[in-house]
Design a protein around this ligand. Structure first.
Ligand code: ADP
Length: 262
């Protein structure tokens, strides 16, 4: 049974000042099984974020339907944990308070909140930073807090939109490994949007490649690399083969985007 069911989901944005509407996403179908780690890869502007925002309940599709455990998605909910590229922590709250935010909203007892926060602070490697404010942290550390905050709510699915896109390459690689180790430990279901081919292959068990705008699923690849994955997998022949297939797909789509923009 699918954990998440995306059926015929499409989105058209109305035109501004009587301009033509923008077809951002063609009707799209995607079935996400429990424990899947799916990466959505595509050129800029192909509708990846639009689809993720619809799954998060932050936007409404013009057609189709999203169901999580058979329940239609009609708005945001704690059972879907979201991490964005931009740093979205509350600047006036400490690391611990940011992580506890959703738990406090749920009315959880403070002792239980503290216990959960301590567990995830340790898991994302932030011991000793509990009392720091976001501005006192590096970008990578802020994204660790965002991840811990999302996980603390024990969501059914994690939705990540280019969460490591603003980080330098070294930090980004470490964050990928951290997320993978957390996924391997908790076996969460993950939907991860990226435009980075290596990132998409390294973490996923399935990689979905989007076409140029208006986006649709162009190709779907099973990433048959064994877990647990170590960063050295990136230098194996199988990784290179998968990368060649995906790079070819994505290059063709990026060229179409470039031609449309000329
Ligand atoms: P991606 O995440 O793949 O880069 P997006 O989903 O952000 O792409 O955007 C897809 C298309 O929809 C783009 O052409 C973008 O300009 C358009 N779009 C996104 N959000 C809106 C909006 N709120 N209003 C109008 N157009 C939008």
């Amino acid at each position: 049974m699918s954990r998440l069911s995306i059926r015929g989901v499409g989105r058209t944005f109305p035109g501004v000042n009587r301009g033509a509407p923008t077809l951002a996403l063609q009707p799209t179908d995607l079935e996400v099984a429990d424990n899947d780690f799916i990466t959505i890869l595509g050129p800029s502007g192909c509708g990846k974020s639009t689809l993720l925002r619809i799954v998060a309940g932050l936007d409404t599709p013009t057609q189709g339907e999203v169901r999580l455990d058979r329940e239609p998605v009609r708005g945001p909910g704690a059972e879907r944990g979201m991490v964005f590229q931009s740093y979205t922590l509350f600047p006036w709250l400490t690391v611990r308070e940011n992580i506890c935010f959703g738990l406090r909203e749920k009315g959880m007892a403070p002792a239980q909140q503290a216990e959960i926060a301590a567990r995830f602070i340790a898991e994302v490697g932030l011991l000793g930073f509990e009392g720091h404010y976001p501005k006192q942290l590096s970008g990578g550390m802020q994204q660790r807090v965002a991840l811990a905050r999302a996980l603390a709510n024990d969501p059914k699915i994690l939705l990540l939109d280019e969460p490591f896109g603003a980080l330098d390459n070294q930090t980004r690689a470490l964050m990928q490994e951290l997320l993978l180790s957390i996924w391997e430990l908790h076996r969460k279901t993950v939907l991860f949007v990226t435009h980075d081919v290596d990132e998409a292959i390294f973490m996923a068990n399935r990689c979905v490649v989007f076409s140029a705008r208006p986006g649709r699923i162009k190709n779907e690849l099973a990433i048959d690399l064994a877990y647990p994955r170590h960063y050295t997998v990136k230098t194996t022949p199988r990784f290179s083969e998968l990368k060649a297939v995906v790079t070819e797909d994505i290059r063709a789509e990026s060229l179409k985007t470039a031609q449309m923009e000329r």
